[in-house]
Design a binder for this molecule. Structure first.
Ligand code: RIB
Length: 302
């Protein structure tokens, strides 16, 4: 049993700014850094750093070799990463003084995953395995369909959300990770409890994990509701917080933790990630997460 993550690989160009650029305005950034990123890559790294076995599938261009190297160094199986002659996907990220971000994506080779390639990769996996997906590559609807047909358990992180995703068949999804914005696009509902209720009405066997930023997260499935508060953190950069949460959550489930423990571990890992700059490079290893959980519980007198 293992995890196959079919997902994006990006080069993140990160600009630290005093505020997000406004229409018609030109601003200078305080700093510029180039980081490995992409929701897919970040999630694979989080899964591997949490201690689970994961293979990553996706496409990089001629400039993306360092992304594959980082995955390998982090313990991710990279045999399903294909190389193309084109340009790797990239993200132009503004990070404000409060650590918030806004992102422009260039799809690049993330949109070169054709059906033959998907079939070739998924041939190596079956219903024992977990398929992890995000909405940053092409053919997501086909991947959802193939995963369902194979009886695989699917974790879908609905980020970045778009109208196309709203119309996809999510009936094969075991775990859906959404934030309020994504939940609104998919369900048309704006309040957390309404989003969850609508999703469970449409997909009764789904497990919904709704993340609420500093408000924590809600896990809900038929007959079970859990609330997980956020761990305290000094926010430097929120990029990849959701990816860290997603990766740690599914790795914890695979390791046999119950839902409460998986949510707690994921939430703590995300709190460590936001206290550091960058996407993939900010994702902690398991011992760092364990240490923070221990220290925070001791502080709280638990
Ligand atoms: O979730 C964070 C990621 O979103 C960044 O690494 C960037 O590549 C964008 O895809």
């Amino acid at each position: 049993m293992g995890i196959i993550n079919f997902g994006s690989l990006n080069i993140d160009r990160v600009y630290k700014v005093s505020h997000f650029v406004r229409p018609g305005e030109t601003i200078s950034s305080e700093s510029y850094k180039c980081f490995p990123g992409g929701k897919g890559l970040n999630q694979s790294i989080a899964i591997a750093r949490a201690g689970a076995k994961v293979a990553h599938a996706g496409t990089i261009g001629t400039d993306g070799g360092f992304l594959k190297d980082l995955l390998e160094q982090s313990g991710v199986d990279t045999r399903y990463i294909r190389e193309s002659d084109n340009v790797t996907g990239h993200a132009l990220i503004q990070v404000s003084e409060e650590g918030e971000n806004c992102i422009i994506l260039f799809k690049g080779t993330n949109f070169e995953n054709d059906r033959n390639f998907i079939d070739e990769v998924l041939e190596n996996f079956d219903k024992e395995d977990i398929l992890v997906l995000q909405n940053e590559i092409n053919n997501l609807d086909y991947l959802l369909q193939c995963g369902k047909q194979k009886g695989m358990r699917i974790l879908l992180n609905a980020s970045p959300v778009d109208e196309k995703l709203k119309n996809m068949d999510l009936s094969g999804v075991t775990w859906l990770m959404v934030n309020e914005t994504e939940g609104l696009v998919i369900t048309g509902k704006s309040r957390p409890e309404r989003i969850v209720r609508q999703l469970l009405e449409d997909y009764p066997s789904m497990n919904v994990i709704l993340t609420l930023g500093t408000g924590g997260s809600i896990y809900q499935s038929k007959g079970k509701k859990i609330y997980q508060p956020c761990f305290p953190a000094q926010t430097v950069d929120t990029t990849a917080a959701g990816d860290t949460f997603t990766g740690y959550f599914i790795a914890s489930v695979l390791a046999g933790k119950n839902r409460e423990e998986a949510l707690e571990t994921a939430s703590c890992a995300a709190a460590v990630a936001v206290s550091r700059e960058g996407a993939a490079v900010s994702i902690p290893v398991y011992t760092e997460v364990e240490k923070k959980m221990f220290l925070e519980k001791r502080k709280a007198g638990e």
